[in-house]
Design a binder for this molecule. Structure first.
Ligand code: LFR
Length: 493
């Protein structure tokens, strides 16, 4: 029949899933086969991922997928983290976690050798302590890199375990800050100047490329046929999510809202101006040679960490109840600049938020509901500022904001974002990343066409919700000014 069947493995920082995707001319359907929690653990060497458990859960999901006879499999995950393999292909250590606070200390060390302007000219990347570049520099000090033969980003590592094939998919490679944005290859020269080994960088592959077939052992363990094609997708989860943005023309901004909110535009080429660097906007790779011109804003991480802390303190902390409570809180009481790197690491977030409010001269939220209100208004403000900033820096008009990912379920956040941006927000699909993963597999197998066709299929098949901006534009202008003025006077840690 004219229907394509595949399995998408989609690993997020707080949960992973294996879904079955079905694609036809008017068909785009996901069935979740397996979902599991994901959280980092911490030992004396810092924060790391329990990749053995993740791998085990992926295989459990693929065992279910095998029953449906998929013709293809694709893997995506969060960016920047990696596993190091020795010369026998054995993983040397659990992958480091990008939120490890030590990464931030490396920014100065790198700056001593390569200044910020040059780093941006070569890589086009926003300066975030989570970037692979800084993580590798931490490892240099600890000798972990010495015996490494290969560095594989998380989806490439899972793909390697499935197929035995080594490669670096380019949308994800572009997030490392070790990718030459204009040369479209690893930034070998930059890496050498920082004392990093360059032989660990695998050959690049593009979304849609063939990545191998299941190894005999994998086939035995999962029941997958050895003729299933493992397909390179846009293996950076954000790149997959952007594929599935149901935009109908070019004048859109997107917010891929999960643990992070990735706010930006799809462009034909990178923007490498000094103003763009100063605004810390990143140029990551999208499909078909596009640029994902975006910024990381703090995202639901702030909320996730609050919930974790409240539950540890024995509070019920039910998200739906808290959101209802937050909707009834007075507007604009405490609004923060979420760009503060103090929020990145795992921590007692309600306390950090309270301290940040105190420091900025905003009332300290006294209840969980007030804290949630503060988080959501602060995120909406970050969404507004970033949409405006990328549009201006790229000289593009924006008529609509597409908010995709888990955050699209959060109605309060969607409507605050519409108000703050003073633009309509189209919310959904929630599973944009898995859909993008499936769509690239389908396209590699001749099922779908160019980007606008892929997006039209998403728009025609997935439930979406539209939020119109209210009449609070003036109030948001005032809040924006208030937070900006206070940022100037507050002293930063
Ligand atoms: C989102 C994401 C972001 C990346 C961050 C760390 O899940 O992939 O795009 O900056 O996680 O990997």
């Amino acid at each position: 029949s004219n229907e394509f069947n595949c399995a998408a493995v989609d690993l997020g920082a707080s949960s992973g899933r294996v879904v079955l995707g079905r694609v036809g001319s008017d068909l785009l359907e996901l069935t979740e086969l397996h979902r599991f929690g994901n959280s980092p653990s911490r030992d004396e060497s810092g924060w790391r991922w329990d990749i053995g458990t993740i791998h085990h859960e992926v295989l459990a999901g693929l065992r279910r997928a095998a029953e449906h006879g998929p013709s293809s499999i694709g893997v995506d995950s969060w960016a920047v983290d990696y596993g190091l393999l020795d010369r026998n292909g054995v993983l040397l250590a659990e992958p480091r976690h990008h939120r490890d606070p030590r990464n931030a200390e490396m920014i100065e060390r790198v700056r001593e050798r390569v200044d910020d302007a040059e780093l941006y000219r070569v890589t086009g990347l926003q300066q975030l302590p989570i970037n692979t570049l800084y993580q590798l520099v931490v490892s240099l000090g600890e000798g972990e890199l010495d015996s490494a033969e290969t560095m594989l980003l998380i989806p490439d590592l899972l793909t390697y375990w499935l197929t035995g094939e080594i490669g670096a998919e380019v949308t994800n490679a572009s997030t490392t800050q070790l990718f030459d944005v204009r040369g479209e290859d690893w930034a070998y020269d930059l890496a050498r100047r920082l004392g990093l080994p360059t032989h660990v960088f695998p050959p690049l592959r593009a979304p849609g490329d063939f990545a191998g077939t299941p190894r005999a052992e994998i086939s035995t363990r999962t029941g997958l046929s050895r003729s299933v094609r493992v397909t390179s997708v846009a293996s950076h989860d954000t790149a997959s999510a952007v594929v599935a943005v149901p935009a109908t023309d070019r004048r859109f901004a997107y917010i891929s809202c999960g643990t992070w909110s990735l706010v930006g535009l799809e462009l034909d080429s990178p923007v490498l101006t000094e103003r763009s660097r100063a605004a810390n906007v990143t140029n990551e790779r999208g499909i078909d040679g596009t640029t994902r011109y975006l910024r990381n804003t703090m995202g639901l991480w702030l909320l996730q960490e609050c919930l974790r802390c409240w539950r540890e303190r024995g509070l019920r902390a039910d998200l739906d109840e808290l959101l209802e409570g937050a909707a009834r809180q007075p507007a604009f009481r405490s609004v923060l600049d979420t760009d503060d790197p103090a929020f990145i690491a795992p921590q007692d977030m309600p306390t950090t938020i309270g301290a940040a409010c105190a420091e900025a001269g905003e009332p300290v939220p006294e209840t969980p509901e007030a804290t949630v209100r503060c988080v959501l208004e602060s995120l909406a403000l970050a969404h507004r500022r970033t949409v405006r900033s990328v549009a201006e820096l790229a000289d593009r008009e924006v008529d609509v904001v597409h908010l995709v990912g888990g955050g699209s379920r959060n109605e309060l956040l969607c409507s605050l974002t519409a108000d703050a941006c003073d633009l309509p927000v189209i919310a959904g699909p929630t599973e944009a990343t898995a859909l993008g993963n499936v769509l690239i597999q389908a396209r590699a197998h001749g099922m779908a066409g160019d980007r606008s066709e892929l997006r039209a299929l998403v728009a025609a098949t997935q439930p979406l919700r539209r939020f119109e901006p209210g009449d609070s534009a003036g109030a948001w202008d005032a809040v924006d000014r208030r937070v900006r003025d206070r940022a100037g006077t507050a002293t930063r840690a």
